[in-house]
Write a protein of this length. Structure first.
Length: 579
């Protein structure tokens, strides 16, 4: 594929406009680049490669990124490019409040403007921790210069008291055990020392691994790169290869718009289903597709899920972690297993097709990457629900739920916010039984705000003590990709906007039928109309700053939670003038 692309000449590069002219501005640009210690021949006539580094000391998943940036530079120099490292906002899933999701669009804005404003011919995007991947890509798509994503890689396995522990998933599991009185304080504190044992993102098939895998199959990362553990020496070598390849991509002018299509998004959704990916991927994929000018209705996920088995036996749906997935052959091996479901002619950043990229892949462990005749589940990991409770859709991950609860009817017990559920859920006076449906409002993009990952709603301690580990739970929030349970998420429109979720009251009967894709509030329409009339909207929280921008512009979950003014409206933003 790459052979057929005409190579650009040095004078075709964006950086040429900054560095080449014999003008006062050209003088300034050259002299200031020399201020960094570069000689003329180290940047003149070479592609300038930006390395967008989402490192900071709050984003522990990216603790290795300073070294990786140097390794990318090594590759860039070797291939005849001129690297420039540019720090951008690191979105720490753990530390950023109210949620890292609140800032995904801020990283997208920063990425777009940083790429457009500087003499950059192509870029390596360094991401991994959940929202960094979609944030970087959403911005880069709008500038449409050659970019290559360097996945941060999963952290190594955790081991605790003879058991394997996985970040996220086992935090939720052992928190429930503690609530049930089955775990001592000492053991809980000891777990803290072992659950995140190295640099790298969460090592389950959580949002981070899902999004980096999806990025790889979209063709925006090197084949096999997303599965490599962060601390493996192969990860360093992959970083150097990213540096080499992006220089070639700059000469080939191989842009995201050359790689992305409806067919590549089909591949991305199919992969998401086959890996049992995070429910968060739905929101991010919709946002990315819309930025690429491609409409991705929720139903597309359901259609593809229905014909795609889950083959990756990875937590939280399965038994293993990403290190096992890498050892078993990684993503290329899994893709080869589902090749009949993929468009193999889609191009990739490596200059070859997806089919060529996975041709020689092999599976080395049949229990980690299951064969088609022995899948983890025969249908994809995510289902889209509709009904009078979710006119614009809702999401559930059946693969991570108790199968007995996928068809359920029970009375609602309603909490008006995350604070409310935390304050009251353990109160025995509420009389919650395993048959109840736990409902939380105000968890959506505007309601929380930022649509936090609180959708794996807590269960009452007194039920945990009785051995109950799952119940039907409903909210307009998201849940961590490392979470599990019968949790209906992303209910749209959200309760903060007066969606039907806002009208649910204690005791209302709710029906969930995943096989029929149905979520129904069993209350007469006249009664709902009466409640709707009485419902009042809350006043805005913010009068200024980023919070106000977010409140004014964020879209709903089924629209990708992008900012309206950032979406692709078909126009193109010109390169800035050089004055
Ligand atoms: Fe960074 Fe989980 S906290 S990926």
């Amino acid at each position: 594929m790459s052979d057929s692309r005409p190579r650009r000449k040095p004078e075709d590069l964006r950086s040429h406009r900054f560095f080449a002219p014999d003008t006062q501005r050209g003088f300034s640009h050259r002299s200031r680049h020399k201020q960094l210690g570069f000689n003329d021949d180290e940047f003149m006539g070479k592609p300038v490669i930006a390395i967008l580094n989402t490192w900071n000391e709050f984003i522990s998943c990216h603790a290795h990124f300073r070294q990786r940036a140097e390794e990318i530079k090594r590759g860039v120099w070797q291939a005849g490019g001129s690297p420039v490292e540019v720090p951008v906002l690191g979105l720490s899933e753990t530390f950023m409040k109210p949620t890292s999701m609140s800032y995904r669009n801020l990283l997208a804005m920063e990425t777009e403007e940083v790429l457009r404003a500087h003499p950059i011919d192509a870029a390596v995007l360094m991401g991994g921790c959940d929202k960094t991947t979609p944030g970087l890509l959403m911005g880069a798509l709008m500038v449409d210069i050659p970019v290559l994503f360097m996945p941060g890689g999963p952290m190594m396995r955790g081991s605790w008291r003879g058991e394997e522990v996985a970040s996220g998933t086992d935090l939720w599991k052992y928190w429930a055990e503690r609530g049930a009185g089955c775990l001592s304080c000492d053991a809980w504190n000891d777990l803290e020392d072992h659950i995140a044992p190295s640099p790298g993102h969460c090592m389950t098939m959580g949002t981070a691994s899902t999004m980096t895998s999806i990025t790889e199959v979209l063709g925006l990362a090197l084949s096999g790169s997303s599965s490599i553990p962060a601390v493996h020496s192969a990860h360093s070598r992959m970083a150097a290869r990213c540096g080499k390849r992006i220089v070639e991509m700059a000469w080939e002018d191989l842009k995201p718009s050359d790689l992305l299509s409806e067919r590549s998004f089909h591949n991305a959704i199919t992969t998401d289903m086959a890996i049992g990916g995070s429910t968060n991927a739905i929101v991010h994929l919709i946002a990315l597709a819309r930025r690429a000018g491609i409409d991705l209705p929720l139903e597309r996920f359901d259609e593809i899920a229905a014909r795609t088995p889950v083959l990756a036996n990875l937590k939280p749906s399965g038994a293993y972690v990403m290190g096992d997935f890498y050892d078993a052959g990684g993503l290329p091996a899994l893709l080869q297993r589902i090749q009949d479901l993929l468009h193999l002619d889609c191009p990739t950043a490596a200059g070859i097709t997806l089919g060529e990229a996975i041709r020689d892949a092999e599976v080395f462990n049949e229990d980690v990457i299951r064969p088609l005749d022995n899948p983890l589940t025969s249908e994809g990991g995510t289902a889209i629900l509709r009904g009078n409770l979710a006119p614009e859709g809702a999401v559930i991950k059946p693969a991570a739920a108790d199968p007995r609860l996928l068809t359920h009817r029970g009375p609602a017990v309603v909490f008006e916010s995350l604070a409310d559920i935390r304050a009251r859920i353990h109160d025995p006076a509420l009389g919650i039984t395993p048959n109840h449906v736990i409902v939380m409002q105000s968890g959506g993009p505007l309601g929380a705000p930022g649509m936090p990952e609180s959708g794996m709603l807590p269960l009452p301690n007194y039920l945990l003590e009785q051995g109950v580990r799952d119940m039907v739970r409903l909210s307009d929030a998201r849940m961590s990709g490392t979470s599990y349970g019968t949790c209906v998420l992303h209910i749209a429109p959200e309760s903060h906007l007066g969606g039907p979720l806002a009208l649910v009251q204690d005791g209302d009967m709710i029906e969930l039928n995943v096989a029929e894709r149905r979520l129904h509030l069993d209350v007469e329409e006249e009664e709902l109309a009466r409640r709707r009339e009485q419902w009042t909207a809350l006043p805005p929280r913010f009068s200024r700053g980023y919070g106000k921008l977010f409140e004014d512009e964020v879209t709903q979950a089924h629209e990708g939670c992008d900012f309206r003014f950032l979406e692709n409206d078909g126009s193109s933003t010109p390169d800035p003038e050089i004055h």
